[in-house]
Design a protein around this ligand. Sequence first.
Ligand code: HEC
Length: 302
Amino acid sequence: MAISPSAYAVDFAKEILPIFEDKCYRCHGEEKVKGELRLDSPEAIMAGGEYGDVLVPGDPNESSLYVLTTYPKDDADYMPQKGKGLSSNEQKLLKQWISDGASFGESFVHGPEPKVKSKFEEANPVNERKYTIMGDAVETVARLHEAGLQVDTVNHDASRFEINYTYAERTAGSFDFGMLADLGDTLVKLTLARTDVTDGDLAGIVDYSNIEHLDLGRTGVGDAAIEHIDKLENLKYLNLRDTNVSDVGIQRLSKLKRLERVYLWGSQATEAGAKRLEKALGEGIVILGAELRGPARRSQRT
Ligand code: HEC
């Protein structure tokens, strides 16, 4: 991914480091290392924690370092776990810094991203999209905002949109995915984490076949949801953390040849089930979390 310097580039040393110092070091610094994570050097941040990477340059929504600071304060995984949380301005800075490529300044250069392309991906390059956000799209975005949805472009690319329902008030059975129709092919990320979305509601997402990233973490969805999800043939990331999805459901995912990452912490899937899926999908797939079932699994929000 080419990282273009933004006109408002966030300065790590001046703007981000002080936030970590103030709000994170007491548990992720020299003295205490909670979650096997230290945040007091670029190398340590890039090394990640107990569950792997915490920062994905260019992708704030894949960076737990940012995402966990945006959880509701009563969430067991909210960061910082104690003390004053990030202000909305600090959250914005952190998000912007990651979107812009998470530069630590000249003294630290990110290594090349290790990326294994599946054979399917090589043979089937994603079609070029011709859509740009102009004219009508501006209105569409305004309308979605009004409906309580968060709408954003992915990495400032005006032909790739992400929608977040987490803070929109929707009751089970009333997820109105039809209202996203104007985004069509440009909808590539959909976040439904911590909502009341049901298996049945998800029937409405099958038309958005360019979705690459789907977050259903901490919802009540189960195996029936996968009967819809398995039609999203461009799906790369799927978060099923703390859901009721089991081995039966995840086996259906073996159709999705572009899948790169599946999160299963706290779901009903077992390590054996995850291994079977891994085998079916072949090289390049990373399945996280099924082995953490039982006492070691992370706390659930009640
Ligand atoms: C009072 C202690 C405390 C503070 C302050 C704190 N954390 Fe944590 N953090 C923890 C603990 C404990 C864990 C491990 C939780 C677990 O394993 O479920 C953790 C885990 C994490 C993880 C996950 C690591 C992984 O591999 O999954 C991230 C990311 C994180 N913290 C980011 C932050 C950030 C960013 C801040 C500052 C804004 C912060 N934390 C402040 C206690 C704290």
